[in-house]
Design a protein around this ligand. Sequence first.
Ligand SMILES: [Zn+2]
Length: 315
Amino acid sequence: MSHDAIACCRLCGDDLPGPLGPDDGIYRYTCRRCGRVALHETVDTAAIPGKLHLLSGWTRERTEKGERALTILANDVDPAADGITLDAVLNLPVLPRSITDRIQKLLEALARRSPYFGAEIGFSSLLDYPLAYLEHVPEDLEHRHPFHKLTEQIIQRGWIGKTAAHQYYLTAEGLEYLEKRHRQSPESRDCFVAMKFGVEFLDRAYQEGIAPAVRDAGYLPVQMAYLEHNNNILDEMLAAIRRSRLLIADLTTQNQNVYYEAGFALGLGVPVIFTCHDADAPNIRFDTQQFSQIRWLAPRDLRVKLKNRILATIG
Ligand SMILES: [Zn+2]
């Protein structure tokens, strides 16, 4: 495996502006197709030729959404390293599995770029196909790129229109389809954190472990420590849980409110990740074995384990 400078994108093979060496073991660059890429030098991309387009789609989508580049790591890396392992990325639930998923990804990209209804958006089959997570195709076959077939299909369904070569707009039917899909799988970025606050080591676990882990995974930590002694705004707390994409329940000190909030989330179908300090784990009052749970020793290992669990649970 070479750790030398590279001249092409390791994910799609497109030329980079100039040769680029690893910085602290990580190749960081912006590719015209893949967006912002951060790839550890030990990742053997040649071993997964059939899956590289999924990585390109994922990095491009994160870039377009303004999310920071997460470093892609080899699977056998030190678990404390900052980033996400190759296998974890390829198993993310946000990766499209079917043609319907790819159509939705492309419509979402169009909607993201539309400043107003009916705006014409340029899409290039040469550079923008990763927005639909489509396979890399040699450039001499560009005219037969799957991107053309996919857009033809979407036009036939009436979800997008085409005004000129490479110029598209989202139709009212397309918007309606997207809204329907979103109702089925809400895209909230809120992550509710239920835990005991006001205890020094737990406050530190939140500040240095849980909150950064949630942000690293692309979500927004929501915590309501100030609600603890104010039952008048219980409704607000329940509404915040209802709005959340997931809930993290730290059971350390076995706080009753935390159990209550976790139960409420589970009843609503909001995914719950349980965490607990290792020393307090024997005191857990009910069997959470069937649920995703993490035991931690310090904010640092909590941060790494939690981020990986969030990405593996909901992407
Ligand atoms: Zn690329």
